[in-house]
Design a protein around this ligand. Structure first.
Ligand code: ASP
Ligand code: MG
Length: 478
């Protein structure tokens, strides 16, 4: 009897951030990791720009928009720092060295040209996105050449060829169905080729249907890795590894909390809450994409690749004794309160408010409305505070005298997170009792319907104390 197995081969999609690619030492480490995983599976690597380059490109864009005299030096600097990396990692006698230098020169020339164009036209987000894409284009090309130079057959692919997005420049969203078709068409055949080792794909950007470059926002290379795994999952057994300079998700922010511990197993839904509230470890959207096709995702320490200490994110909610898994925070926040007796009798106020903010690209961190319906409170980035104040005061509707608008800039948000809260009554009560006993004044409260987090708004001066007392009470309570 023959047993037919229908096993898919394994495919690991790895994301390397900018600090994994900055010098000879980090390239050595990247190579070590690649070598190890290549023994067991096919490999796609997604790379960010070299450390610091995206910031320099933003600077280049801003300076090009204003006067331009400094642009020459920024471009020279960009050339030199890439050349330095190429010099360090690729043997000068190899063809890959020549390829890399030529590619660098060609792209730097293009960038210089673009800088001149910006001065003539109106600055715009779509031009910024084109400029930013050069960081990933250069780093990834160099990585592919480097890998070829040390004997791994590698192909460079620029992600605008395979990832389609909407036209929300600077914060684009992928169009997954269209992208899936493109990726399978372009990468499927490469993965089937026998003597082929690694596909190297640029992170951070894609393109609209009419071929304009778009980016996913800072840290967007994580999202590119998730998209690749999502699209190839139907044909391969995919896993994503995000190589970082930390071990994984911690259960509190080490800059504020006195104690922290690594979260080894968490679910997508918990990780999403962590990514949203303060933890900058992963791009928040990549978890949504990983979750859609249940792709196991690991965050691992780049300089400790064999370590057992890493975060594995899967669908499963691990239920242990600790109901609260993590306490995260956004330390600097503004809170806006709109008050008016008229809200009770005026349906649609909330809709008007959030449309106004949405149209002006204001990101809202939490919302809460008192049951008396005479006020709405919401949180925004401090950087948006002046803008929101002006928008409301000048608005036809909210600028009228019967609305009182109050903006408070000394606010912090704390989110208590854990899937176990779902089935455990009394957690919120316990949280507020602890805060009350410690004389911490709660200014507003919000809880998502997922019941995965309780969000508490307090004054910034109480932030550290609140986190440490809650940590002691719920997490470190042995
Ligand atoms: N290079 C981009 C940034 O610095 C994207 C990324 O690193 O993921 O934000
Ligand atoms: Mg980065």
């Amino acid at each position: 009897m023959t047993i037919l197995t229908n096993e898919k081969s394994t495919l690991v999609v790895m994301k390397f951030g900018g600090s994994c690619l900055q010098d000879a030492r980090s390239f050595e480490q990247t190579t070590k990791i690649i070598k190890k995983y290549l023994k067991e599976s096919k490999l796609i690597i997604i790379t960010s720009a070299i450390k610091g380059i995206t910031d320099q490109l933003i600077d280049f864009y801003n300076k090009s928009c204003s006067e331009g005299s400094e642009c020459k030096y920024i471009v020279e600097d960009l050339y030199n720092s890439h050349e330095k990396v190429i010099d360090q990692i690729i043997d000068k006698n190899k063809i890959e060295y020549k390829n890399s230098i030529e590619f660098l020169q060609k792209n730097i020339d293009e960038l210089t040209q673009l800088g001149r164009v910006i001065r003539l036209i109106r600055p715009s987000m779509d031009v910024l996105d084109i400029i930013l894409s050069y960081g990933e284009k250069l780093s990834t090309f160099i990585v592919a050449q480097f890998l070829n130079s040390i004997g791994y057959a590698s192909e460079f692919i620029s992600s605008d060829e395979i990832i389609l997005t909407d036209d929300n420049f600077g914060k684009a969203l992928p169009l997954l169905d269209e992208t899936e078709l493109l990726i399978n068409k372009r990468i499927g055949p490469i993965l089937k080729t026998k003597d082929f080792d690694i596909v190297c794909i640029t992170g951070f950007y894609g393109s609209t249907k009419d071929k304009k470059i778009t980016t996913f926002g800072r840290g967007g290379t994580d999202l590119t890795a998730a998209i690749l795994a999502y699209c190839l999952q139907p044909n391969y057994d995919c896993k994503v590894i995000y190589w970082k300079d930390v071990k994984g998700f911690l259960n509190a922010d080490p800059r504020i909390a006195e104690k922290t511990a690594l979260l080894k197993n968490i679910s997508y839904i918990e990780a999403k809450e962590l990514a949203f509230f303060g933890s900058k470890v992963l791009h928040p959207l990549c978890l949504d994409v990983n979750e859609k096709r249940e792709i196991p995702s690991e965050i691992r320490d780049f300089y400790n690749p064999e370590s057992e200490d890493y975060t594995l994110i899967t669908k499963n909610v691990v239920q242990d004794k600790k109901i609260i898994k993590a306490i995260t925070s956004i330390k600097r926040l503004s809170m806006v309160t709109i008050e008016s007796g008229t809200m009770v009798s005026l349906p649609g106020t909330a809709s008007k408010l959030f449309s106004l903010l949405g149209e002006n690209n204001i990101n809202i961190k939490f919302i809460s409305q008192s049951s008396s319906e005479n006020n709405i409170t919401f949180g925004i980035d401090i950087e948006d505070s002046m803008n929101v104040s002006a928008l409301l005061r000048h608005s036809e509707f909210f600028g009228k005298q019967w609305f009182r608008i109050k903006i408070d800039n000394d606010i912090s948000l704390i989110a208590v997170i854990g899937a176990g809260m779902l089935h455990t009554p009394g957690i919120a009560g316990k949280v507020f009792t602890i805060l009350g006993n410690n004389k911490i004044n709660v200014r507003a409260i919000a809880q998502g319907s997922s019941e995965l987090n309780i969000t508490i708004i307090i004054e910034r001066k109480d932030c550290k104390k609140a986190i440490n007392t809650l940590y002691d009470a719920f997490i470190n309570n042995r």
